[in-house]
Design a protein around this ligand. Structure first.
Ligand SMILES: [Zn+2]
Length: 194
């Protein structure tokens, strides 16, 4: 679900323009970024369902995507951002990093543990929206539509304040962002991304 997470980052960028865009993009995907080396090391795994298309997988990301693990990652990311760019950015980055887990909670089948390593075999979480591909794709589309629209209008607004010469740059930045979000959604839905 790359598109949905990035859509949220674009919406946050519109509301918090002082936080660097790359940091928002990275923090919204941080759990999945950390998932990659653990996947390669076989510590976390993916089991495809059927052909393994859009959302058709059970993901055993027992460390990066455990509730407590995600909170710890968000706290560390937030603390680093706080040191670099101040308190407000720290809080925003921490919240955006944790938002990844909340969005995953909606779409994942019940495969998200509470404690790292699924300690104590507590119940696994996930509302399983991925079992209804069109519904979860619609949710992702709503996220990128809102994110893209907020990003576009805030870029135009800031260009207005900065003078007419900035307007075309704002339109280019807004269009590129919206196109990339849409492209990611298509890639998500056709199973090119997770
Ligand atoms: Zn994830």
């Amino acid at each position: 679900m790359l598109a949905g997470h990035f859509g949220l980052a674009a919406a946050v960028k519109a509301k918090q323009p002082s936080v660097p865009l790359w940091a928002l993009m990275l923090s919204t995907q941080l759990l999945d970024v950390l998932f990659v080396p653990l996947l390669l090391a076989n510590i976390e795994t993916i089991t495809p369902i059927d052909k393994g298309g859009y959302g058709e997988a059970i993901i055993h990301a027992n460390y990066t995507h455990s509730l407590v693990g995600a909170l710890l990652i968000a706290i560390v990311a937030g603390a680093l951002a706080w040191r670099a760019w101040g308190r407000n950015s720290g809080l925003v980055i921490g919240a955006v990093a944790f938002s990844h887990w909340l969005l995953d909670l909606l779409v994942h089948r019940a495969d998200l543990p509470i404690l790292p390593g699924n300690l104590g075999n507590l119940p696994l979480l996930g509302f399983g929206l991925w079992a209804f591909p069109w519904l979860s794709a619609a949710m992702e589309f709503a996220l990128i539509a809102v994110g893209g629209w907020l990003y576009f209008s805030s870029a135009l607004q800031r260009a207005k304040e900065a003078g007419p010469a900035h307007r075309s740059w704002a339109i280019i930045a807004g269009s590129v962002t919206c196109s990339l979000l849409l492209l990611l959604l298509v890639m998500d839905f056709t199973g090119l991304t997770g």
